[in-house]
Design a protein around this ligand. Sequence first.
Ligand code: CA
Length: 352
Amino acid sequence: MTVERSNHSTGFIAKEMPPRVILTSMDWEADGKQHGYLSVPYSSDDSAWGAVRVPITLIRNGEGPCVLFTGGNHGDEYEGPIALRKLATALEADDFRGSAIIIPALNPPAVQAGTRVSPIDGVNMNRSFPGKRTGSVTKMICHYVSTRLLPEADAVVDIHSGGKTLTFTPFAAMHYLEDPDQFEQTKAMMHAFAAPISLVIEELDTEGMFDGVVEDTGKPFIFTELGGGGTVTPQTVAIAERGIINVLRHFGIYHGEPMDFEKEEVPPTRMMATPDGKSYTISDETGLFEMVVNLGDSVEEGQLLGRIHSIEKTEIPPSLYFAHRSGELIGRHYPGLARPGDCLAVIAIDDE
Ligand code: CA
């Protein structure tokens, strides 16, 4: 039986000293399971010499591949934090060859507040990579991940969902990559995750994302969008749990007995793509948002997707929003109100 220990119960002993601003109690070389945290200095009205703690679990058993799993990059997306939190408790180092670094809540102030961006510095973590050594709390976490954790990892899985303002048919995703080897390795990891949809995605807005920082190192990176609306379902949590275990098995890291959710029959993942901007329909108005198609519906180019009704004037007809391509609706704006610039609909096409 390998050792399991908690740095929480034994008190904080910094294993790393400056020049890093973030300190940690973790011993990255030790075998076994460690529960600890990153300590991010945050001097506030509530705590003059205080810190934000980022909980972290390292499960390691000897040399071998290492996968970094992150959830709670955005604070209103829950499948990642829940599934990673459960597996951090359930997985045992004896069943490992290699290691996993598990961070269920990468941006704890945002997760604690249930908000996309951090309430203490107003920063959207996934637009702030590679971060800044002496920046605000969120930027310091990004910097630590980029400079200290990423070099430890052979691959990264960043678990997102739609949050309060979007909802998706659950998918794992990767970007179009120039290096063919990196593309194939990443695609194999995405396949292994085995979400209902595996999506090759061209995104609207990529500056400052974790994705690009990992991709620039040549390592495989996938992310997910597993649901949304600011909550979870039994199905979306199971997809996250199964996907994490699938990736660990894919890299030969996890050798444990099949978990209950692994024994269930699941349909094969479906390869899809959002190859360009025609996959997105964007709002131009403020008003009541009436979607007229459902997630999973097939739509034709030019088909009506939704209407936005003026709240102030009854004489104005609704603004109509159409599909810019034929395909399947895999994502939609979730709230009943829309504003200019909101992404209202995401349409994917079958790939292969
Ligand atoms: Ca997200």
